[in-house]
Design a protein around this ligand. Structure first.
Ligand SMILES: C[S@@+](CC[C@H](N)C(=O)[O-])C[C@H]1O[C@@H](n2cnc3c(N)ncnc32)[C@H](O)[C@@H]1O
Length: 271
């Protein structure tokens, strides 16, 4: 009886330990270089697919809005993929990130003399997605995207929960709303804030982890909400007038820490 009580008490503590809200996680100790090496050091085909899908969604948005797009990426972290995907159509590109180490890492990444080969690899996917007849002469699809990135990107420190409402023409978000908390309610609030930062009739393009309960960066654990495809689309659908869903690489085992496939969603916000 005593043993059973002790075991019950222990299991309760374990449950409490694995439930982490956004404010509880150690974002100040996030190791961007370790994250980059683990997830993007060797480009994964799933990320090529995500890059192409995001670039296409933004290109479609730009085709309907020839003056160009004011684009925000939320929870940019140690990745240039969404910034590259939006670069050919963005008049301004905001990286909205909460963790100070990631902002410092992004600033260093953009102040170097050359992009890493991994980013040039994903830039090829962006170019492929944007290439239409005659686009070869488009200067925005230059061989080296770094000068244009430096010109267009601004880095802002902020939380997804504090995004301004109806401020941008388009928003991207790769692995943020579901990868910053264990709380389903916070995930819902994050998705609402993300979609609400886009003007009515604007475009959202986002990637979500499927069925993840957290991930390791260096020796630290970061939280995620384990979600099904239906739960992700249910959170977004009320905010969107149109919705396109693409499952990517869904697997029954982890391919990288916390990653066993993704869901890409794009759509237009309600007018
Ligand atoms: C799993 S990482 C995703 C990084 C990158 N977007 C990618 O695709 O690899 C989650 C990111 O969300 C950021 N983050 C954590 N809390 C946040 C918040 N409240 N608002 C915005 N971003 C946040 C983290 O610092 C981290 O960069």
């Amino acid at each position: 009886m005593t043993t059973t009580k002790a075991a019950f008490a222990h299991s309760k503590i374990s449950v409490l330990k694995t439930f982490v809200t956004n404010k509880d996680a150690a974002w100040h100790a996030f190791d961007p270089e370790a994250y980059f090496t683990h997830y993007y050091g060797k480009p994964h085909p799933d990320d090529d697919v995500l890059t192409v899908l995001a670039a296409r969604a933004l290109k479609d948005a730009a085709d309907a809005s020839p003056r160009g797009l004011d684009v925000i990426d939320v929870g940019t972290g140690p990745s240039l993929i969404p910034l590259l995907a939006a670069l050919p159509v963005a008049t301004r590109l905001t990286a909205w990130e909460y963790a100070a180490p990631n902002l410092e890492w992004l600033a260093r990444e953009l102040s170097g003399t050359a992009l890493r080969p991994q980013w040039l690899h994903f830039w090829q996917s962006v170019k492929a997605a944007h290439c239409v007849e005659g686009a070869g002469s488009n200067p925005l699809l230059a061989h080296d995207p770094l000068p244009l990135l430096v010109q267009r990107v601004r880095l802002l420190r902020g939380s997804i929960f504090d995004l301004p409402r109806q401020a941008y023409d388009a928003a991207t978000m790769f692995f943020c709303a579901e990868s910053i908390t264990s709380s389903r309610a916070e995930f819902g609030a994050a998705v609402t804030a993300f979609t609400s930062t886009v003007r009515p009739g604007g475009t959202v393009a986002a990637a979500f982890l499927s069925g993840s309960s957290g991930y390791n960066v260096s020796d630290r654990r970061f939280p995620a909400v384990s979600l099904t495809e239906a739960q992700i689309t249910d959170a977004l659908a009320p905010r969107l007038a149109s919705l396109s869903v693409t499952p990517i690489g869904l697997s029954d085992h982890e391919i990288r820490s916390g990653y066993s496939g993704a869901l890409f969603i794009s759509g237009r916000t309600r007018s």
